[in-house]
Structure formats: structure tokens, C-alpha cells
Design a protein around this ligand. Structure first.
Ligand SMILES: [Zn+2]
Length: 408
């Protein structure tokens, strides 16, 4: 059976989730927030529902809890803040990974339009994969700035936050507060760095308390993602990190309970997590027979990859890929990816098409695969949990609503 049909069969069986605009997505959340915060967006029904939750709130806080999937929230104790405030499940954009989802948050667009397709995204201007957040060419770690590639070239979407009419601020770890990506996302909005998770409460509460106008605050936390990769999403270490985050969010809510005008604290995630099958952890090295058929190293992520194949080598590549990885990965042509609208409800742009290459591969189960030449190889070999695929554990993320000054 062709891989396209096997994918459709997996969608029907529910082992993989078909990207479908009928379900509320992270993109709808940011569009609804943008609408409520005065930006020039036209909201659909999902975005209007989000804006409805924020109605009349003087202060809106969006918390992005990296890697917090629905099944993780469902597994928490009933008395946790996250469980008590959970509204419903929504979906992450595909591929379910941080640069893709955060670029969707930054632009209000799906990957089909914003053209960020994974942790490593092929960039025609340097004819190589780029590491999106580091703003570097992934094959030699040279700065894209030094190669003459401006951040707007890597990120062709239009940033949304600078179009908010509210007093807008971003609260992020100090290590990334001045990155090219963060600066692009923020525009002229205020950027506030924090040094440890314990600082997120004071940073958020002070920012809102000091404001003399209605505000929007975006708070990013790398928890539980960082711990989940290392120790596993179901580990005691990940549970501790989530408990700490839960306590911090409850503390933010309690500290802002008396603020005039009402506060909404909306919590979402960029993707969930899936435990990796250690016996299905693969690498493609430069001396690999598959690599000889490629124009450039495979880009993408650990459970979704993009392949740029040499002219005339397509049939051979398909045969070899399926012989090597077919048990664990589906191989889909770029036309199939676009036709099934896997990257968003609208057709892909020419820029996205150029970055996608000839094929996309996506994991059937719990496998992982990466190009061995990128930095971070040791971390990959230790990695217990991952994401970027289409399983429910990766795609389903929570929509959580807390705050004060409204009836629940
Ligand atoms: Zn991650």
C-alpha cells in the first residue's frame, strides 16, 4: 500500500492525528488573543471563542509551557492548578516542535505560510539547513548574519505582537531574551529576562502591577520540555518540574487576584511529548548510502524530516529509504504534503515549497531519526522523549484558563 494511503489509514485508526482546522489550534489561540488585544486580524469562530474568554480583562497573560501535552495534564493530581483550570484539548501545528509553534504564535500563521518547518529548516539562500533559534547554518554553525541572511529572510512572516495596541511585554529566559528570533518576535515590545524558574512569578506579577494601562504579557517557560527530553516525560524529574510550574502559576494568579479590571491567565503548549523507542533511534551519516542521493543533509526534526534529493535519484531514494526506514517512517512527496494540507489549512507558499524539498518523512510510532553531522549528537543519543510527529501525545495540547475578576 502506498505511504499516502497508510497515512490515511493511521488517521482513521487514530494512531496519528490528521491536521484539521475543525479542531481548535494554537494558531486560533494567538489570533483570538491578537483580536482581543487590538491587532488587525480577522478572527474565525475559534479565534472569536478565545477572544470571548478574554473579554473585559484589563490584563491578559499567555503562558507557553514548552512540551506540556494533554495526556501529561490529564495525569496530574485533580487538585493541581493546571487540572482545575483546564478548559479543553487543542492542537499544536504540525510538525509538533518549538520553532514551528512559536513562529505560529509570533505570526498567527500556520507553517504552510510562515515557512519554519522544524528545529532545522532548509534555507535556499545558504543551500543548507539552518538552526532556527540559533540563527546559524546547521552544517558549520556559522552565523546567518555573517552569511548575509537577515532574520526577516529566515522568518518571512509578519510579526503579530508589535501590532497589538496594548502595552505588550515578553518574559523569557535571559539566555534567549536578546536572540535574533526573540527580537524579531517582539518588535518594539518590552523584553524581560529571567534567570531561573523561581523568578517567573515576581517578573510577571511586577510587570502587571506596575502597568497603568491594559496589558498583554507573553511568558515562555522551557519546562517541562528540557527535563522531559533528558529524563523522559513520565519521569519523577519531569513530574517535579511540572509541580513547580503548577505552584508558580497558582502564585501568579493569587498575587494578581486583587488587581483592578480583571486578569486572564491562558496557558497553552507548543507540543506534547512521546517516549522514544530506544531500539528505533536512527542516524544518517555522511558515509551513508542514502546521503549519496541527497543534495543537502536532511533537515526537519527528530520525528519529521525533509529530504532534498539529487536530480534523477528520486526512484532510487524512495527504494533505499523504504528499505532502511520504511518500518518506522512514512515517506511522503511534497505534493502529498501540500495536497493533504499537513502544514496548515491553506496551500503552501513558494518559500515553504522551496524549504520542504522533495519528501517529508514522519514517524509511524515511537522512532527518532537525525542527521549525524548536526551538533547535539550526544544529547540525541541520551534522549528519552521527543516530539515533532503526528501522534496524539505530540499534537494534543491543553487550553487552560485562570485569572481573576470573572465568573468561571
Ligand atoms: Zn523539545
Amino acid at each position: 500500500m502506498p505511504d499516502r494511503d497508510q497515512l490515511l489509514e493511521a488517521f482513521t485508526a487514530g494512531s496519528l492525528l490528521r491536521p484539521d482546522p475543525t479542531y481548535m489550534n494554537v494558531v486560533d489561540v494567538i489570533r483570538g488573543i491578537a483580536y482581543a488585544c487590538g491587532a488587525d486580524v480577522s478572527p474565525d469562530d475559534h479565534a472569536k471563542a478565545i477572544a470571548g474568554h478574554l473579554r473585559d480583562a484589563r490584563h491578559v497573560i499567555l503562558v507557553l509551557a514548552d512540551g506540556l501535552g494533554v495526556n501529561t495534564v490529564d495525569g496530574l493530581a485533580r487538585n493541581t492548578w493546571l487540572r482545575r483550570r483546564m478548559l479543553r484539548a487543542i492542537r499544536a501545528p504540525f510538525p509538533a516542535t518549538t520553532p514551528v509553534a512559536i513562529t505560529s504564535l509570533a505570526t498567527g500563521e500556520y507553517p504552510a505560510q510562515h515557512a519554519i518547518l522544524g528545529w532545522w529548516t532548509y534555507l535556499p539562500q545558504v543551500d543548507a539547513p539552518a538552526t532556527v533559534f540559533a540563527h546559524k547554518r546547521a552544517t558549520d554553525n556559522r552565523s546567518l548574519d555573517g552569511l548575509g541572511v537577515a532574520v526577516e529572510c529566515l522568518l518571512p512572516g509578519l510579526p503579530l505582537l508589535p501590532r497589538f495596541t496594548r502595552d505588550t511585554a515578553l518574559i523569557m529566559p535571559a539566555g534567549i531574551i536578546d536572540s535574533a528570533f526573540t527580537r524579531w518576535m517582539a518588535g518594539d515590545a518590552r523584553r524581560i529576562g529571567y534567570h531561573g524558574q523561581s523568578e517567573i512569578v515576581a517578573a510577571t506579577v511586577e510587570r502587571v502591577r506596575r502597568a497603568d494601562q491594559p496589558t498583554f504579557t507573553y511568558l515562555y517557560t522551557p519546562m517541562p520540555d528540557t527535563v522531559a527530553h533528558e529524563a523522559g516525560i513520565d519521569s519523577a524529574a519531569a513530574a517535579d518540574a511540572i509541580d513547580t510550574l503548577d505552584a508558580h502559576l497558582e502564585a501568579i494568579e493569587a498575587s494578581l487576584a486583587e488587581i483592578r479590571g480583571g486578569v486572564r491567565i491562558m496557558v497553552i503548549a507548543d507540543h506534547g511529548h512521546l517516549a522514544i523507542d530506544g531500539s528505533a533511534r536512527f542516524e544518517v551519516r555522511d558515509d551513508d548510502p542514502l546521503a549519496a542521493l541527497l543534495r543537502v543533509p536532511p533537515a526537519g526534526d527528530l520525528r519529521t524530516q525533509y529530504w532534498h534529493v539529487k536530480p534523477g535519484a528520486h526512484a532510487k531514494f524512495e527504494t533505499e529509504f523504504r528499505a532502511r526506514f520504511g518500518e518506522h517512517f512514512l515517506l511522503l512527496s511534497a505534493a502529498t504534503v501540500d495536497g493533504l494540507r499537513l502544514l496548515g489549512p491553506a496551500s503552501i507558499t513558494p518559500e515553504t515549497r522551496a524549504r520542504l524539498g522533495d519528501y517529508l518523512s514522519v514517524a509511524r510510532g515511537a522512532a527518532a531519526l537525525r542527521y549525524a553531522g548536526f551538533s547535539g549528537r550526544d544529547g540525541y543519543r541520551r534522549m528519552r522523549s521527543s516530539h515533532s510527529g503526528l501522534t496524539p501525545a505530540e499534537i494534543e495540547v491543553p487550553l487552560i484558563l485562570g485569572g481573576s475578576g470573572f465568573t468561571r
